[in-house]
Design a protein around this ligand. Structure first.
Ligand SMILES: [Zn+2]
Ligand SMILES: [Zn+2]
Length: 239
C-alpha cells in the first residue's frame, strides 16, 4: 500500500484531537480552530503571579489572603478552552489526557523553579467510594505524570477520611466546613521537614488545597507549594 494511503488510513483510524476539547483536528495542529481562536491572554496565567492565589498580579482577585501553601503554580485559568480539558479529563473518562495536561503543568513548575527544590509530590486524595465512582483520582494521575516528567518522587502521604459533597456545589463558607478535618497525613515521615508540591486538577476558592496544605504543615512540612492545571480567574465573594 502506498505511504500516502497508509497515512490517510491512519488519520481516519486515529484522528488527531484537540488538546483542550478533544474535537478532531488537522494532523499538524495541537488545537482545533475554535480553541485556537481564544486569545492566550484570556486563559494563560501571566507572570508575575500573586503567590497567595496564583493569578496574575495585575488582576489578582484575592487581596493577599494568607494560605497554608506559599505559592500556586498553574498554566491556565479555569475558562475556555482549559475548562474543556478539565471536563473531558474529569467527567468524560479521558484519563489519558493526564500526560499532556501534566506537561503544561511541569513546564510552568520548572519555569518558576528551575532547580526543582521539591522533595516530593503529594496530591489531593479521594475516599475509596469516590475512587470507585470515577474509577480514578484525577489528581493522583496528574501527580504520577508530573513525577515521571520532573523526576520528583510522588508520594501518597495524604488520605481523605470521609466523603464530601462536591465543592463546586457549595457556597464559599460551606466549602470550608465541608472539608474541615476531612484530610489526614498517613505517612508523617514522608513529609516531615520536606518541601512538598501539592497537586490538584483545579483550584477554585482554594479551600481544599488549603486544608491539605494545613495538614502537611501540621505534620512538619517545611513548605507547601500548590500546582494545578487551571485556577478560577475571579474568586467568589467571601461570605
Ligand atoms: Zn478544541
Ligand atoms: Zn491573589
Amino acid at each position: 500500500m502506498p505511504k500516502e494511503t497508509l497515512r490517510a488510513l491512519w488519520c481516519i483510524l486515529f484522528p488527531r484531537r484537540c488538546f483542550f476539547c478533544n474535537a478532531v483536528t488537522a494532523v499538524e495542529d495541537r488545537l482545533c480552530r475554535e480553541c485556537a481562536a481564544v486569545p492566550e491572554e484570556e486563559y494563560v496565567v501571566a507572570e508575575p503571579r500573586c503567590k497567595h492565589c496564583g493569578a496574575a498580579q495585575k488582576s489578582c482577585p484575592c487581596g493577599g489572603k494568607a494560605m497554608f501553601f506559599s505559592d500556586v503554580l498553574s498554566p491556565y485559568y479555569y475558562v475556555q478552552p482549559a475548562f474543556s480539558a478539565v471536563r473531558q479529563f474529569k467527567f468524560h473518562g479521558k484519563r489519558e489526557k493526564a500526560a499532556q495536561m501534566a506537561e503544561d503543568m511541569a513546564k510552568r513548575i520548572l519555569d518558576c523553579f528551575p532547580d526543582r527544590p521539591f522533595d516530593c509530590i503529594c496530591y489531593v486524595p479521594q475516599t475509596e467510594d469516590e475512587m470507585r465512582k470515577r474509577g480514578y483520582n484525577q489528581s493522583q494521575l496528574l501527580a504520577q505524570e508530573l513525577s515521571e516528567q520532573t523526576g520528583i518522587p510522588s508520594c501518597d502521604a495524604l488520605v481523605k477520611l470521609y466523603d464530601t459533597k462536591r465543592q463546586q456545589t457549595l457556597s464559599s463558607t460551606a466549602r470550608s466546613g465541608n472539608v474541615l478535618g476531612v484530610f489526614d497525613v498517613r505517612r508523617p515521615g514522608a513529609v516531615f521537614e520536606k518541601n512538598v508540591l501539592l497537586v490538584d486538577d483545579i483550584k477554585t476558592t482554594g479551600t481544599t488545597l488549603n486544608e491539605c496544605a494545613k495538614m502537611l504543615r501540621i505534620y512538619g512540612a517545611n513548605t507547601v507549594i500548590a500546582a494545578v492545571f487551571a485556577l478560577t480567574k475571579k474568586e467568589e465573594p467571601r461570605a
